[in-house]
Design a protein around this ligand. Structure first.
Ligand SMILES: [Zn+2]
Length: 391
């Protein structure tokens, strides 16, 4: 599917995502958005190839900062073929940008993984684009480790982190830490030096500890509620900080398994449409039938689409972002347009991806076409058609 220099796409609706144009027209030139608006207001350039997607809704491509794998492949493999399989599988579900996410592992295993992944970031993939690495752990709380093995968790170590930054070719874009741990200040300084965003998660932080971390710039939270100190009304803990601090962008795994739909609704009301990140935490089992899969060095068993490790703990998800969007609209007060912000603009802002997450002139032409059932019909990455299920 070759890159077309100039495309004019007509759709029933374009959600950019802050404005809606209906019926909409999107002009794509050389991989970027040239113009977007209503069909009355945007002229079709005479040399453009016309694409008729009437009946469909266009949104910016989805951005997922938290992907361990999908389609049977695990990011820790660190091979082009694995990452490309993940890239292609994600595109079928509307995801156009993702951060391959490592799990806590021994230092040597992580060194090898970040080196391999870092080298792959300059390659071209057939679907979604990997744009940096998310290191989930190993500087997390043993008390809230989730499926991360206790033996792989180590105290914050800025030197070790900076070695990974080097090995990855400075491709670490996000690092999840428990902010209450000793030695976190040096790690925050190292992350700032590396240009990485810091997330709080797998944490037993109190409200005061999490608030203090936000004051120091830790304004992202991974899988809110999961692997966090529980919320209570007298010590709201890290969950209370995430829910009440408007600076914090917060992931939610909206699969109905990790978090109850009523808790997702409560979360949406607390965070509001501009701070929600609809991440998936997907494993290699996403997009695959039930069975046995890997997550890093773990074996996980998948039954009814739910991933559990050998201890019976939840171990990532089989969620995809198209389904997360559908669930958000079904479970919360947010409209379709408002929910789309959580898959597009919010993760782009949280990760400082300036040309992603919106369809305004100059933005990368990463575009998803959805039908009324949230089915992804087409996906474009940089103006290139990478997925279609057109009948
Ligand atoms: Zn996790």
């Amino acid at each position: 599917m070759a890159r077309s220099p100039l495309l004019a796409i007509d759709a029933a609706r374009i959600v950019d995502p802050l404005r809606t144009f209906a019926p909409g027209r999107l002009i794509i030139e050389a991989g970027s958005v040239r113009e977007v608006g209503t069909q009355d207001n945007v002229r079709v350039p005479s040399s453009a190839e016309r694409v008729d997607l009437s009946g469909l809704t266009l949104t910016p491509g989805f951005i997922d900062p938290h992907i361990h794998g999908c389609g049977g492949a695990d990011v820790m493999d660190g091979t082009y073929d694995s990452l490309n399989l993940i890239s292609r599988t994600l595109a079928r579900h509307g995801t156009t940008t993702f951060l391959p996410t490592t799990v806590s592992s021994g230092e040597d295993v992580l060194s090898l993984a970040v080196e391999k992944l870092g080298n792959l970031m300059s390659k071209v993939f057939e679907g979604a684009t990997p744009l940096g690495i998310h290191m989930e752990g190993p500087f997390i709380s043993r008390m809230k480790r989730g499926t991360h093995k206790a033996s792989n968790i180590v105290p914050p170590n800025a030197e070790m982190f900076l070695r990974w930054v080097q090995l990855s070719n400075r491709q670490i874009r996000l690092v999840t830490i428990a902010p209450e741990l000793d030695g976190i200040d040096q790690l925050l300084a190292a992350a700032a030096q590396a240009g990485a965003t810091v997330a709080m998660g797998h944490s037993n932080a109190s409200l005061a500890e999490a608030n203090a971390a936000a004051d120091r710039g830790v304004c992202y939270a991974v899988h809110t509620f999961n692997a966090m100190r529980e919320f209570t009304h007298r010590e709201p803990g890290i969950v209370g900080a995430v829910l009440s601090d408007d600076r914090i962008f917060a992931e939610i795994i909206a699969d109905g398994v990790h978090v109850h739909p009523a808790a997702v609704r409560t979360f949406a009301r607390a965070k509001g449409k501009y701070r929600i990140v609809l991440a998936t935490d997907s494993t290699s089992a996403a997009g695959m039938p039930d069975g046995q899969y890997v997550l890093g060095s773990h074996i996980i068993n998948v039954s009814g689409g739910v991933c559990r490790d050998s201890e019976g703990r939840l171990a990532g998800s089989t969620l995809t972002q198209d389904v997360a969007l559908k669930n958000m609209v079904a479970w919360t007060d947010l409209s379709f347009e408002e929910s789309v912000i959580g898959l597009t603009l919010n993760p782009a802002r949280a990760l400082r991806l300036e040309k992603k997450g919106m369809l305004e002139p100059g933005a990368d032409a990463d575009v998803v076409a959805l039908d009324e059932h949230f089915m992804v019909v087409r996906t474009y990455v940089g103006g290139r058609l990478v997925w279609t299920n057109s009948k």
